[in-house]
Design a protein around this ligand. Structure first.
Ligand code: ADP
Length: 304
């Protein structure tokens, strides 16, 4: 597997306070890597280190195979675009002028691809409107446009959908997927919105107690998720007898509710139970979510 970013036993201390310790992370080329952890787990610190805004106390990392201890890391960092904490937008400027500023900042003498970038983020028709009149979603898309100047292969987005309305969230989701599929851009995304993250991420890293405690691909995660059918019945005892006799995997959840893990033919099942005076009041197909996986791994429901 080719990794765009690998960290090797990274450590970061603020004074005596250790935020990261022996942290090992691997971001596969072409992936959308979801970084998940509680508030204060160290996600932003890790991202700031990778972007060269902070130095690790110990440990190293490689970007495109280049060590952070090498001088060439400066060139490797030029291949990253990032939005960390608040996006750096000039509110009194138009979308186009904001982008032009970024071209100047990173020292690109012409404005090649400027209109292509504006089109990609669907801000090509905003004309003379200044960014202060943009919706939050538009501002976020402008921030992504700014991060795209210089053609990065890796985009790092720290909490990209915070504060966005549902429409804004969908726009950002579609933009990320488009950039990933059409431009081959790899993403590192930290987000609290696990349900949303699960719609786009191809792999995940879970950060807890200063370390990445688990890295898993979305396929592996899906295999770990147990699809289940949850049924509500008026006679749990009879239902359990039937499930046992037919060697169907199940778990009794309450006096009325049973989770069934094997695939069942619903009509046959309901008829068979009714012959045993057991009525199925309700039946729901359920997927164990990314959130459940996270809670099982890290424990505790606070501050997901
Ligand atoms: P996250 O992004 O996961 O919420 P952060 O990386 O922002 O976590 O913060 C991790 C921990 O480090 C927190 O306890 C935070 O208070 C602390 N921290 C972050 N930046 C600094 C700093 N510059 N000085 C001291 N402590 C800091």
């Amino acid at each position: 597997m080719e990794y765009i970013l690998e960290t090797h036993n990274l450590e970061k201390k603020y004074g005596r306070f250790k935020v990261l310790s022996n942290l090992n992370m691997h971001i596969p080329k072409g992936s959308i890597y979801g970084l998940i952890g509680k508030n204060g787990a160290g996600k932003t610190t890790l991202i700031r280190i990778v972007c060269g805004l902070q130095k690790p106390t110990l440990g190293t990392y490689t970007l495109y195979g280049i060590s952070n201890e090498s001088r060439k890391i400066i060139n490797a960092r030029k291949r990253i675009g990032a939005i960390i904490e608040s996006p750096s937008i000039c509110l009194d400027m138009t979308a186009e002028d904001n982008l032009k500023e970024q071209y100047k900042v990173i020292g690109i003498p012409n404005f090649d691809n400027l209109h292509e970038i504006l089109k990609l983020v669907r801000l090509d028709d905003t004309g003379k409107k200044t960014a202060k009149h943009f919706s939050l979603g538009m501002k976020q898309r402008l921030a992504i446009a700014i991060a795209l100047v210089g053609n990065p292969d890796l985009l790092i987005l720290d909490e990209p959908i915070n504060g966005l309305d549902p429409e804004g969230i969908i726009e950002i989701r579609e933009l990320i997927l488009k950039l990933n599929k059409e431009k081959g851009i790899t993403f590192l995304i930290s987000s609290h919105y696990l349900d949303e993250l699960s719609k786009i991420a191809t792999c995940y890293g879970f950060i807890d107690k200063c370390r990445i405690v688990k890295e898993i691909s979305s396929e592996e995660l899906e295999q770990n998720f147990r699809k289940k059918t949850q049924i509500n019945v008026n006679n749990v005892k009879e239902c359990v007898k039937y499930l046992e006799e037919n060697k169907i995997q199940y778990k009794v959840i309450s006096d009325e509710i049973i989770d069934i893990y094997d695939k069942i033919n619903i009509s046959d099942f309901v008829i068979a139970l009714s012959k045993r005076d057991c009525i199925v009041n309700n039946m729901q197909e359920k997927d164990e979510s990314l959130e459940n996986y996270y809670l099982n791994l890290i424990g505790g429901a606070d501050n997901v």
